[in-house]
Design a protein. Structure first.
Length: 249
């Protein structure tokens, strides 16, 4: 899997994806709001690369849409434009505070009501296009009924450390692509198994105390653990959408 914002995409990369059967995901954070979210570029460039990838063929392309308060109103159109341009699937995330986004969390983070609107909108767009998609970061079971959705897969368990990890551009392994914590360099991957932070994920030693008595705790990790860490200071902090002082409605 290759996750890209598309700004450095070229035909050589597309050829590599085809030769190695790499699933290519390119970000499209809105249409009219694209530049407001990215600071540069335009959506037509990303849509053109989806068209080019479709023409090359031989590998799967995914449109990555991070949903914020500012682009929620055009989510249906954003998803539809990418699918019409040639994207095969949708990978959607709610905005999660991190990096420069921390300072803009109040303007970008979704409320619980808006998270539901996000899911309903994406389900409708995928149903109309007869495509499938998934939510890239887990949601707490107490705020979403996953059985309502047929085209959109919504996870409630964290797969980081168990089914995947991320490698950042500098070659360091992170528990997931949302994590700000660099663990070990890829050349030292054997040290990963004894890394204390990594073991928190492999042993699922991060459930928030407030979730411990929940009857669905066996099938839910209380939301995104890295978003909780960034906002609450610890892996077992409440997810931002559940925090009493956060943005929950």
């Amino acid at each position: 899997h290759l996750l890209s914002n598309g700004s450095a995409m070229n035909h050589e990369t597309l050829a590599i994806c085809k030769r190695l059967n790499i699933q290519l995901s390119m970000s499209l954070p809105g249409l009219s709001t694209f530049r407001e979210h990215t600071g540069h570029g335009d959506p037509d460039t990303i849509l053109r690369w989806f068209q080019e990838a479709k023409a090359v063929g031989g590998f799967t392309t995914v449109v990555g849409v991070t949903v914020t308060r500012k682009n929620l109103f055009e989510l249906y159109e954003t998803i539809s434009a990418a699918l019409l341009a040639g994207a095969d699937q949708l990978l959607m995330n709610r905005f999660l505070p991190g990096g420069r986004g921390i300072g803009n969390a109040g303007d970008l983070s979704l409320s619980r009501t808006q998270i539901t609107q996000m899911l309903e909108t994406a389900e409708g767009a995928l149903r109309d296009a007869n495509r499938t998609g998934s939510v890239g970061t887990e949601l707490p079971k107490c705020i979403v009924d996953t059985t309502r959705y047929r085209q959109l897969h919504i996870g409630t368990r964290c797969s980081a450390g168990l089914n995947f990890f991320a490698i950042d551009p500098s070659g360091y392994i992170r528990a997931c692509n949302h994590s700000p914590v660099r663990l070990v360099h890829l050349r030292e991957i054997e040290q990963l198994k004894t890394n204390p932070y990594w073991r928190r994920f492999t042993q699922k030693d991060y459930l928030p105390p407030s979730c411990a008595a929940c009857p669905t705790a066996h099938d839910c990790d209380g939301g995104c653990r890295e978003a909780a860490h960034i906002c609450g200071g610890a892996l077992d902090s409440p997810d931002p959408c559940l925090a009493a002082t956060g943005i929950a409605s």
